[in-house]
Design a protein around this ligand. Structure first.
Ligand SMILES: Cc1ncc(COP(=O)(O)O)c(C=O)c1O
Length: 405
């Protein structure tokens, strides 16, 4: 690229990215980002450039990514509807499958109505933007997902951040806010980098005291927490309702797409007010069908959820006994907190040598000196896989100066 003329002003940004990648991934064995994996359909293993590894950083919590029933449903949709939807939902893009899927999402979320977007990211940006704007205030947890943060920024509402999982701090933020418009509090049900759960009863009390709406992002909760995997309300024995529930079809549900569920009038409004819904093509037929089938399987096979919960507990106990730091995790997401970005890459490389993939998450995705491997347990991991992973994580720790001893 010619680093003169109009490109010159861009060059410092390009150089900073090159430097950042080079600092962490200076040789092929240290490559962790954008690695193409071919994941087995019926096991937790993956091929990474010729090396067969145990994948411990995937999101497919229910282990349905290669499920024949889900794949068949997608095939049938392809043969009936073709590959795309030829438009946005409000115009030519809606197919009967979208409506079936929305009814199923509403059933699983235990709400009157739901709507689906083409991704979880779009669901957050569209929902936040459809609910708040200038004159309103959104209160978000410091660790909320980037799609919530971006939705808030785009909405033009005032944004107030409170300390992670700290209802007392939220209380003070709400008390000092003079907004006369909508007050919307948004939290992740399960935090994707820490695996801890939002303190729903306390958050609900604070919201009620300040006349605020409470929205949760169930991306890492659906299929994972609650006795039958229905998410944060079920985790708290269905005793504490939220106002707006949102999630994705790309994690426990092994497809693409996002959803929001709530009161019928709320969804009727969002269908006209959520811009990524109105101005972006409808969810592809195969994705809608795969999502629908997986939601049905979730309801029929709660033993998948029990397996995830039992095996993540076992893995966490094993790793903490070995002296590894798993932070506040109490779910299938188990961070192995290492410290510096570079030491975390060293550790990920050592794990790969042991045949296990644990992918590093570094700054700015996590605070300074809290870089980690983000490990996740899924229903496709056998007990033997979990034991193998635990042993590999321990063995790798002994070879890393930042962790050994
Ligand atoms: C908490 C949370 N919300 C939303 C999303 C976005 O979902 P999607 O990948 O379907 O766009 C993610 C994805 O990582 C997430 O972790």
């Amino acid at each position: 690229m010619d680093p003169t003329g109009p490109w010159a002003a861009l060059e410092p940004k390009l150089a900073a990215t090159r430097k950042r990648v080079q600092e962490l991934e200076w040789e092929p064995q240290r490559r962790n980002s954008f690695v193409p994996y071919t994941v087995d359909r019926d096991s937790a293993h993956a091929d990474a450039g010729g090396q067969r590894c145990l994948m411990m950083s995937g999101y497919s919590y229910l282990g349905l990514g290669g499920d024949e029933r889900v794949i068949d449903a997608a095939r049938r949709a392809l043969s009936v509807y073709g590959t795309g939807c030829h438009g946005v939902r409000a115009l030519a893009g809606t197919i009967p499958l979208h409506e079936e899927l929305e009814e199923e999402v509403a059933r699983v979320a235990n709400r009157e109505a739901a709507m689906v977007f083409s991704s979880g990211y779009a669901a957050n940006v569209g929902t936040v933007g459809g609910l708040v704007g200038p004159g309103d205030t959104v209160f978000i947890d410091k660790y909320d997902h980037a799609s919530i943060v971006d939705g808030c920024r785009l909405s033009g509402a005032t944004v107030s951040r409170f300390r992670h999982n700290d209802p007392a701090h939220l209380d003070r933020r709400l008390a000092s806010s003079s907004t006369r418009g909508v007050r919307l509090v948004i939290v992740d049900s399960v935090y994707s980098m820490d695996g801890d759960i939002a303190p729903l009863p306390e958050l609900r009390r604070v919201c009620d005291a300040h006349n605020a709406l409470l929205m949760v992002d169930e991306a890492h909760a659906l299929g994972v927490i609650g006795a039958t995997g229905r998410g944060i309300e079920e985790h708290f024995d269905n005793a504490v309702p939220v106002d707006i529930k949102l999630g994705t079809l790309s994690k426990a549900i092994p497809s693409m797409g996002g959803w929001v569920a709530g009161h019928r009038d709320l969804i009727a409004h969002l269908r006209y007010a959520a811009r990524p819904f109105l101005f972006s093509a409808a969810l592809a037929p195969a994705s809608a069908a795969a999502g629908l089938e997986a939601l049905r399987i979730l309801q029929r096979e709660p033993e998948r959820v029990t397996h995830i919960q039992r095996e993540s507990e076992r893995l966490r106990a094993n790793l903490t006994t070995a002296g590894l730091r798993t932070g506040a995790s109490s779910t299938a997401v188990i961070p192995l907190i290492i410290g510096s970005d570079e030491a975390t890459y060293d550790y990920a490389t050592a794990c790969r040598r042991e045949g296990v993939i644990g992918l590093p998450v570094v700054t700015p995705a996590v605070p300074n000196n809290l870089a980690r491997l983000r490990v996740a347990v899924t229903a496709i991991h056998t007990k033997a896989d979990i034991d193998t992973a635990a042993e590999a994580f321990r063995a790798a720790a002994n070879t890393c100066p930042a962790l050994a001893g």
